[in-house]
Write a protein that binds this ligand. Structure first.
Ligand code: GLC
Ligand code: CA
Length: 525
């Protein structure tokens, strides 16, 4: 590996939803030893880091995003010793660990909250946001919860309301309390001490709310949550100095990294949280939410690059545990051609690629047909308008054997029925599979630093069929051609002689014909 290789800038980050990756003890739920058993697979894929969705003790009202202990491991995932083994084995393979920190809220089963609701003078009372009703008994203000209803839950014993942006079982912490702030900064230190190198910060820009709890102004929208402008319940200015404190802790750890999930923020607001004394990176949802059109992706990518200050590095993702998978959104049936183009785009655009487990075999969402099958709480609340997020959280498909090789027991969510064909073993044996395509491209990316950290220049300002861009670093110039269309197209090349290094053989000048959905990469001779 090159000496100046910086894992979170030059590498590839792979998100694992631990419940669904690999089940080592056959209870139907994926676990840490399951992940450790698959490290050779991950190393062979060529990824550089894994981001684990939450693994802490949790009552699972929101499947791990309701944390009951920030420095423990949920027994369903294993033990702290299992975690330590995972870190050690990952390190041997140059794989970094990124943990998901959910610090905006805890579980209502967290000992802090249990104390907090005992009495008003309990030392933990002020760790959460407790307020008295208005004189008419109504909630303190008009804030709504994104998971439905008022954001205020009344506790008859205390005669006070507590605030929750998500479920009522996810009370928001009071970040203005310096004890909370210190406890949270200690969580970073604890995991860094365990050998973790990075963190994904769940809805970090929601930590602070308006100090005076002013009402949000109304606006037009369909859901109650969308009928107000969220100016007082998220994105408060106090977040910037806090990010500086977090960054200082990370900077003491070589290669320390944080990527933020901004909540209800547009790309320029999101970008403002990244850079010196702030986060290393944040997710650009605008990019992930595009429909299948090369111009849409190019415009979001360029807007994002333009919004980031020097010292912040972009990243790109299309799928995660909250969204319908890219392959389900973009592909027709079992045709994987668009999935390949999408992966090639992630691996070649400027920015760290985030790959969601199974994306390398173009895993599809499982269909959610009946309300009674839904496990995700937001699917239950908003059915049938929104069916929840179970679809993208189904088990990884390893083999054509029982339960796709995920578990011998009935998995917590059903396996997609295409697993007999779509699985790792099958795809590893087929040269033209998504998996083999992905691995070839990852290998090329590793050998061409220009694809990792090179400058970016679009060659097609107004692309309608194919996307063409240049990545250049020092004397290296590469051209990437991605045909988004089902038609053959002729791509114009910049001046010079170009050697095909991916997707084709031969040398080209002036132009090159791209087959439907073809991906070609060229290097200047
Ligand atoms: C983030 C997570 C999501 C979770 C929510 C509340 O958006 O990605 O899964 O439900 O925060 O923690
Ligand atoms: Ca298990």
């Amino acid at each position: 590996m090159k000496k100046d290789f910086l894992w979170w800038r030059d590498g590839i980050i792979y998100q694992i939803y631990p419940r669904s990756f690999a089940d080592s003890n056959n209870d139907g739920i994926g676990d840490l030893p399951g992940i450790t058993n698959k490290l050779d697979y991950l190393q062979d894929l060529g990824i550089d880091a894994i981001w684990l969705s939450p693994i802490y003790p949790s009552p699972d009202v929101d499947f791990g995003y309701d944390v009951a202990d920030y420095t423990g491991i949920d027994p369903k995932f294993g033990t702290m010793a299992d975690f330590e083994t995972l870190v050690k084995e990952a390190k041997k393979r140059d794989i970094h660990i990124v943990l998901d920190l959910v610090l905006n809220h805890t579980s209502d089963q967290h000992p802090w909250f249990i104390e907090s609701k005992k009495t008003e003078d309990n030392p933990y009372h002020n760790w959460y946001l407790w307020l008295y009703p208005k004189s008419d008994g109504e909630p303190p203000n008009n804030w709504t919860a994104i998971f439905g209803g008022s954001a205020w839950e009344f506790d008859p014993k205390l005669g006070q309301y507590y605030y929750h942006m998500f479920y009522k079982e996810q009370p928001d912490l009071n970040w203005r309390n310096s004890d909370v702030r210190q406890a949270m900064l200690d969580v970073f230190r604890f995991w860094l001490g365990k050998g973790v190198d990075g963190f994904r910060l769940d809805v970090f820009n929601a930590y602070f709310k308006d100090a005076a709890f002013r009402d949000n102004p109304p606006k037009w929208g369909i859901r109650a949550f969308d009928r107000q402008e969220h100016i007082h319940d998220v994105s408060q200015p106090e977040m910037i100095p806090l990010l500086g404190e977090i960054r200082a802790i990370l900077d003491e750890h070589p290669g320390g990294y944080a990527v933020g999930e901004t909540f209800l923020a547009n790309p320029s607001q999101t970008a403002a949280y990244c850079g010196e004394n702030k986060l290393h990176a944040a997710f650009n949802f605008d990019f992930a939410e595009n429909r299948w059109h090369p111009k849409r992706f190019l415009d979001s990518a360029e807007k994002w690059y333009g919004a980031l200050e020097p010292g912040a590095w972009p990243n790109n993702f299309l799928s995660n545990h909250d969204k319908v998978r890219a392959a389900s959104r973009y592909c027709f049936g079992e045709d994987d051609r668009r999935a390949k183009v999408a992966l090639a785009m992630l691996l070649t655009l400027k920015g760290t690629p985030f790959i969601y487990y199974g994306e390398e075999i173009a895993l599809r969402d499982i269909p959610i047909r009946k309300k009674s099958e839904v496990l995700d709480p937001i699917g239950k609340t908003f059915w049938p308008f929104f069916k929840g997020r179970d679809g993208c959280r189904a088990p990884m498909q390893w083999t054509s054997g029982r339960n796709a090789g995920f578990s011998d027991a009935k998995p917590w969510l059903p396996v997609h029925k295409d697993y007999v064909e779509r699985n790792v073993v099958n795809q590893a044996a087929q040269a033209d599979s998504v998996l083999m395509f992905f691995k070839r491209l990852v290998a090329l990316r590793k050998s061409e630093p220009a694809l990792q950290r090179g400058d970016f220049k679009a060659l097609t300002p107004d692309p309608h069929t194919y996307l063409a861009f240049e990545r250049s670093l020092a004397a290296d110039r590469l051209v990437v051609l991605l045909n988004f269309s089902s038609r053959e197209v002729q791509a114009a090349l910049p001046e010079g002689k170009w050697q095909a290094i991916f997707g084709r053989d031969g040398e080209f000048e002036n132009s090159l014909d791209l087959a439907p959905y073809q991906v070609v990469i060229l290097k200047q001779k």
